[in-house]
Write a protein that binds this ligand. Structure first.
Ligand SMILES: Cc1cc2nc3c(=O)[nH]c(=O)nc-3n(C[C@H](O)[C@H](O)[C@H](O)COP(=O)(O)OP(=O)(O)OC[C@H]3O[C@@H](n4cnc5c(N)ncnc54)[C@H](O)[C@@H]3O)c2cc1C
Length: 394
């Protein structure tokens, strides 16, 4: 029997979409060539940020997302019960600082533009910044506090969303790889050939993270999603000394940059388990998964500019993942007009954890044909900013 929707990819985007679709009454099958949360969603940090986004479409999606997380976390806890681990949701707030006089002006101007777009961005004195973070370096030049920023444990959040989807009837096939498409006589995509046999559905949703370009190509369409490598250092557990997500203002420039060469910026935060995550790098090196000394060296050096006490911290491990990079820095959410039956929810780059719930909400409304809560056109495959990237290979 055909499903209403097959989702390719069991990362946080696939999990959030599976849950939202199942709750809306759709029959859903999720397939993944690995396991739930086996891709980027377990090789990242779990920040739910508005602070790093300037006015624009991604910020609007992030603001919508931040209204959904608290309720979703409460619903997940109720649905999954006490036996399921906490997703560690914590609206701890973000603190963005400039460590040089030259960095102060752009940080304050950025915060002002965000306030005009409805972000709670509070310029605070350097003394107040030290009040919030007593171990912050003395050479801070300017600081902005973002009380809306939050975090979750991303692997658990992905697993929780998928477990909830299962409770609403979604079927999850792990260790199942997409091999090719099945079309009807009119050319509509009606199923997939997979390593577990043929599967049929009215709609196929590509949510394969950084591999979405490859998966779309397998189905016969070009999608300009590329991997953007990121690496993170993890300290061993320590006394709680970092209370917000703290980062250097130059992070925002790195996020929005198109540069494929190595870029690093300090992003430091404590986790519920007592470790400190020190991120992160951005580099386009294909799917090369080697941990690079130059990237880790730069990340560590910049973190010490924020928190000198980390020089004495023990590094327990480091890890890396691949952000699903889109050339215009916006995800694709919706139907593919080039191929009936094909849908996408992908390309969230460094914000897929935060944007997952909003993406799923938008996607379900689009599938149901009801007016979405926010304008879907900036996330459409037909937006002007993507045209040249699609035509590159047409
Ligand atoms: C270092 C780093 C730090 C980050 N920090 C943050 C952060 O703080 N906050 C935030 O919001 N985001 C962050 N991100 C980004 C975030 O991790 C991603 O945007 C998000 O995880 C993407 O989720 P996804 O479900 O699209 O992809 P994934 O989690 O990668 O899931 C895709 C799935 O598709 C499957 N798949 C691939 N090909 C096939 C196939 N042929 N057949 C079947 N299945 C297939 C894979 O096995 C995988 O499980 C970070 C990323 C990195 C690398």
């Amino acid at each position: 029997m055909a499903d209403d929707v097959i989702i390719i990819g069991a990362g946080i985007i696939g999990a959030a979409c599976a849950r939202a679709l199942a709750v809306a009454g759709y029959t859903v099958t999720v397939i993944d060539r690995g396991t739930v949360a086996g891709g980027t969603s377990s090789a990242c940090e779990g920040n739910l940020l508005v602070s790093d986004k300037g006015p624009g479409h991604e910020l609007v999606l992030a603001q919508f997302a931040s209204t959904l997380w608290k309720q979703a976390v409460a619903d997940l806890a109720e649905q999954l019960g006490d036996g399921f681990p906490s997703v560690e949701y914590d609206q701890k707030g973000g603190l963005v600082v400039a460590t040089t006089p030259a960095g102060a002006g752009p940080l304050l101007a950025f915060a002002e533009s965000q306030r005009a777009a409805g972000v709670d961005a509070r310029v605070i004195s350097v003394a107040d910044a030290h009040e919030l973070e007593p171990d912050l370096a003395p050479w801070i030049e300017a600081a902005v506090h973002y009380p809306e920023d939050a975090q979750v444990q991303p692997t658990i959040a992905t697993d929780a969303l998928m477990s909830s989807a299962r409770l609403f009837g979604a079927r999850v096939l792990e260790n199942t790889t997409v091999l090719g498409p099945i079309f009807d006589s009119a050319g509509a995509l009606t199923g997939l050939v997979t390593s577990a046999g043929e599967l049929r559905a009215d709609r196929i949703l590509v949510a394969a993270g950084p591999w979405s370009g490859e998966v779309a190509a397998l189905l016969g369409q070009h999608l300009p999603v590329r991997p953007r490598r990121g690496e993170v250092l993890v300290t061993s557990r320590m006394r709680h000394r970092i209370f917000h997500k703290v980062y250097d203002a130059d992070y925002v420039g790195a996020v929005g940059s198109d540069d494929s060469a190595l870029q690093t910026s300090s992003v430091v935060e404590s986790t519920g388990s007592g470790t400190v995550l020190i991120g992160s790098s951005r580099q386009q090196v294909g799917f090369d998964a080697r941990l690079r000394v130059d990237a880790l060296h730069e990340i560590a050096a910049k973190a010490l500019r924020l928190f000198p006490f980390l020089a004495d911290a023990a590094i327990m491990r480091s890890y890396g993942g691949f952000r699903p990079f889109m050339p215009d820095h916006l995800p694709v959410i919706g139907e593919d007009p080039r191929m009936p039956g094909l849908w996408h929810a992908t390309g969230h780059e460094g914000a897929g954890i935060g944007l997952s719930l909003a993406t799923a909400d938008l996607l379900v409304d689009l599938m149901r044909g009801v007016p979405p809560k926010l304008d879907p056109s900036p996330f459409s495959l037909t937006r002007a900013s993507l045209a040249s990237h699609l035509m590159e290979v047409a």
